[in-house]
Design a protein around this ligand. Structure first.
Ligand SMILES: Nc1ncnc2c1ncn2[C@@H]1O[C@H](COP(=O)(O)OP(=O)(O)OP(=O)(O)O)[C@@H](O)[C@H]1O
Length: 327
């Protein structure tokens, strides 16, 4: 059974989350790659926090840390007020593991082709143990129904399904133990546009029916806009803007967010300019100052030497940029 959730208390509370990777061959090019730096955010009950950013900006690394697939190098993650990071967090994570689930991009890779759909969906149930055969079979039928698939499919194999159906099966598996929070990491990126819309509608319908919260990771701003309540924009491992959906799309403050939005293709305008000139900087041995500085059209001297902190510029709207220091 789920706890009664207080709508004012975050399901997930993240503070100063950091992840470093040691990279490079011994003796040459070694260093520390800071994939996620000082990320802080909450996810409230029933909401979807969208996470956008270019490839390599640290989106998946955040998602993997939240569901316990990757340890954090620093900072804290709380689930319903309980710390699940650090040595003490291991026991807590084991206790709450079923409440956090994930859905990744490639449903094909996420399934063993030799397993029947019923066994794929029941994997979390089998790991948890203690279910009777009947309860397990009933739950699998119920889950297939929840994701809009016939219970008759239970004995079939993954290759008998389309990409969209396979993603529904992966979603059914994620729902098996009645989680509170699901990380969807590029969950619709491998699907064509009409399938994307169907799976997004399914995710939103499940959210309403089951009271789920999502962290929805995507590089596609249109997809993020469709599903999110709030959005975090990530650049080089750091959250540079965090706000409600409408404020982000109608009043973007960070030069990087503005560039990302300006680059969305619009049929009436045709192909638009690339998001922003230049490339994401190396996250290896990060330089001082703002990571966007070399690419930023609004950069000034201070940006070269001092990293801006994420600060609130309007209620619920935070930006990490020196342009707003006096705001
Ligand atoms: N296991 C690892 N070892 C070393 N570096 C890693 C590892 N995992 C991720 N990284 C690096 O961390 C950075 C962030 O990667 P991450 O996969 O989180 O980015 P992303 O925004 O999800 O990118 P994409 O959209 O391409 O999936 C990248 O520079 C990546 O190369």
């Amino acid at each position: 059974m789920k706890d009664t959730t207080d709508p004012a208390v975050p399901i997930i509370r993240v503070r100063n989350l950091r992840r470093d990777f040691k990279v490079g061959a011994r003796g040459r090019g070694r260093g520390v790659l800071r994939a996620v730096n000082d990320a802080s955010f909450d996810v409230m009950p029933g909401e979807t926090l969208g996470v956008v950013g270019e490839s390599g900006s640290g989106k998946s690394t955040i998602g993997r840390m939240l569901v316990g697939l990757l340890p954090a190098s620093g900072g804290e993650i709380e689930l319903f007020g309980e710390t699940i990071t650090g040595p003490l967090g291991k026991r807590a994570l084991a206790r709450v593991r079923h409440r956090l689930q994930f859905v990744f991009q490639d449903p094909h890779a996420a399934m063993n082709p030799r397993m029947r759909i019923s066994d794929i969906i029941a994997e979390p149930i089998d790991i948890q143990g203690g279910w009777s055969r009947k309860a397990r079979a009933d739950r699998v039928s119920e889950l297939l129904d929840l994701v809009g698939l016939s219970a008759q499919f239970a004995d079939r194999f993954p290759h008998e399904f389309s990409g969209g159906q396979r993603q529904r099966i992966v979603i059914a598996r994620a729902l098996a133990l009645d989680p509170d929070f699901i990380v969807c990491d590029e969950a619709v990126a491998a699907l064509d546009v009409s399938m994307q819309a169907q799976v997004i509608n399914l995710l939103m319908d499940l959210q309403d029916r089951l009271g789920l919260s999502y962290l929805f990771i995507a590089h596609d701003l249109a997809v993020v806009r469709a599903v999110s309540t709030r959005i975090a924009v990530l650049y080089a491992g750091e959250i540079v803007e965090l706000s409600g959906k409408s404020a982000l799309y109608e009043d973007p403050r960070h030069p990087y967010t503005q560039a990302l939005l300006a680059a969305i293709p619009r049929p009436e305008v045709g192909v638009r300019k690339p998001p922003i000139r230049g490339e994401v900087p190396s996250m290896l041995n990060r330089p001082a100052g703002c990571a966007l500085c070399p690419r930023c059209p609004s950069a000034f001297d201070r940006c070269k030497t001092e990293a801006p902190a994420l600060r609130e510029v309007a209620p619920g709207h935070s930006v990490a940029c020196h342009l707003y220091d006096g705001a």
